[in-house]
Design a protein around this ligand. Structure first.
Ligand code: CA
Length: 240
């Protein structure tokens, strides 16, 4: 099925480069010059990826990311003229899947888009689609991770929204519980051969996961930090 990518970018030149490179890769592209129409496009329900510029005339891209994350786990790539680490960290912390700094080559954006879309994501309702399959389920604490349905449910069976990066990281940790995993190993598990965004992205993603799993960041019981090592998933995992 043709993937639908929505671009929000006010610079007509950058917009044209994005439209051309994504169109050439066979995506259906919707372009917006500002954040004003994004909710309407999202309401169509068929958007697979949103590419957001940070500096927009009305609402900035970071705010739009936060707004979208309240109701959707759609893939989000932030594009910015500002390459500083703080912006990247904020962008990823609030739930963007990747961050690209301008100027970029068409090939770079094409690779990032492919990578983000390939990682797939947890989608509500996926569980039904997989009904009848032999599900791989892992229980820990009050949580159940279903790697077949790509879902994480609480004790009441309610799904918790995870971005693709969060899901991959959690899957890597849970399936290798009680082993120290280096940041490199976790980067590989999350991003495969795609160029890693930057080293700190694993730490940012672990921080988000701890928050969602209600793991106290100062004294974590589920995902522990190993000094100079990486991370260890230290909750007891029961395989269902
Ligand atoms: Ca701009």
């Amino acid at each position: 099925m043709t993937k639908h990518v929505t671009i929000v970018e006010d610079d007509p030149d950058v917009r044209a480069v994005l439209e051309r490179s994504l169109g050439a890769d066979g995506y259906r592209v919707t372009s917006l010059e500002s954040g004003a129409g994004i909710e309407d496009v999202m309401a169509s329900g068929d958007v697979d990826l949103v590419i957001l510029d940070i500096g927009l005339p009305d609402i900035d891209g970071l705010t739009i990311t936060q707004q979208i994350r309240r109701y959707s786990d759609v893939a989000i790539i932030i594009v910015s003229g500002r390459g500083d680490l703080a912006d990247r960290v904020v962008g990823l912390e609030i739930g963007a899947d990747d961050y690209v700094t301008k100027p970029f080559e068409p090939r770079e954006i094409q690779a990032r888009v492919r990578s983000v879309l390939r990682r797939g994501r947890h989608q509500r309702g996926d569980a039904d689609q997989h009904a009848g399959d032999a599900h791989q389920r892992f229980g820990f604490g009050n949580w159940t991770l279903d790697t077949t349905a790509q879902s994480l449910n609480d004790a009441q069976g309610r799904p918790l929204g995870l971005t693709s990066g969060e899901f991959k990281l959690l899957e890597a940790l849970v399936t290798r519980a009680n082993r120290v995993l280096s940041r490199d190993q976790l980067m590989d598990a999350c991003y495969g051969n795609a160029s890693p965004a930057f080293d700190r992205s694993i730490d940012v993603c672990v921080g988000r996961l701890r928050k969602k799993l209600l793991d106290d960041p100062r004294n974590p019981a589920i995902i522990r930090t190993v000094r100079n090592g990486g991370y260890i998933f230290s909750a007891r995992v029961i395989r269902h």
